[in-house]
Write a protein that binds this ligand. Structure first.
Ligand code: IPE
Ligand code: IPE
Ligand code: MG
Length: 246
């Protein structure tokens, strides 16, 4: 929940995307196996979803597993899959009752059938919810997304003159959604790691050294305060976007 005693934020992003990073290092710092970090990280997600909904954020995208994360040691990959499956099962009805609409960014080829079915069922169950859209970027890669979009455009027989930025957006997993206004990356890494390659063209980026399991509602508030102070110019000059600046 956003703290009631704090002033309202002037500009709350419509769409926040989070690269939740640092689970492994969080665990290592405590002398624990990496999977404990993933457990703590997954647990942390629940409160952040509620807090974002309470702030009136309409879209929240979380990067849970990339197309490159399959390269990790098999034990870690299978542990992560089991954890995600468990959390979807555990949280689905609560999320549904809270008006969360779950969507999946990525593809399910090669994903264990039971997990793939749970993801599809969750999407189906929550499809008419309107409080907040939770995009679950799982087995997601930005380049992979663009390649698939191009393949589908060719399969649909589009002519070269029909290819526009808007048309490409319509073929991405995020079709119909606004681009992320704010992208948060935790754990002190300054890179995109193939996340929302197309959609992030004009996003504001917020980097924090905090490891994901420690990224609580207060940390979220800091990111939102940072965002509220940004002046987004989209190529224009300051006087055009906020006349008071002149
Ligand atoms: C992010 O934490 C979670 C996933 C990528 C699945 P990491 O597992 O990348 O944690 P670090 O970066 O090794 O600390
Ligand atoms: C990005 O984090 C992927 C997710 C958060 C799911 P990584 O930890 O996999 O990124 P790199 O490998 O350090 O760039
Ligand atoms: Mg990492």
């Amino acid at each position: 929940m956003p703290p009631q005693d704090q002033p309202n934020l002037e500009h709350v992003p419509e769409h926040i995307a989070i690269i939740l990073d640092g689970n492994g290092r969080w665990a290592k710092k405590r002398g624990l196996p990496r999977l404990f970090g993933h457990q703590a990280g997954t647990q942390n997600l629940r409160g952040i979803v509620d807090a974002c909904a309470a702030y009136g954020i309409k879209y929240l995208t979380i990067f849970a597993f990339s197309t490159e994360n399959w390269k990790r040691p098999p034990d870690e990959v299978s542990g992560l899959m089991a954890l995600l499956e468990d959390r979807i099962e555990h949280w689905l009805l609560q999320l549904h009752e809270h008006g969360v609409q779950l969507r999946h960014l990525g593809h399910l080829e090669g994903v264990h059938a039971r997990l793939a079915e749970k993801i599809q069922n969750a999407i189906e169950l929550t499809r008419n919810n309107t409080r907040i859209v939770l995009n679950f970027a799982f087995n997601y890669g930005g380049r992979d997304e663009i390649v698939r979009a191009v393949q589908h455009m060719i399969e649909d027989g589009l002519h070269s003159w029909e290819i526009t930025p808007e048309r490409i957006s319509d073929y991405l997993y995020t079709a119909g959604q606004p681009d992320p206004d704010l992208i948060i990356r935790t754990s002190g890494e300054f890179r995109t790691s193939n996340f929302l390659v197309w959609q992030s063209a004009y996003s504001e980026w917020y980097f924090t050294p905090v490891f994901w399991p420690d990224f609580d509602e207060r940390e979220l508030r800091k990111a939102l305060e940072f965002f509220a102070k940004r002046e987004r110019r989209f190529g224009k000059v300051p006087e055009q976007v906020s006349p008071a600046a002149g």
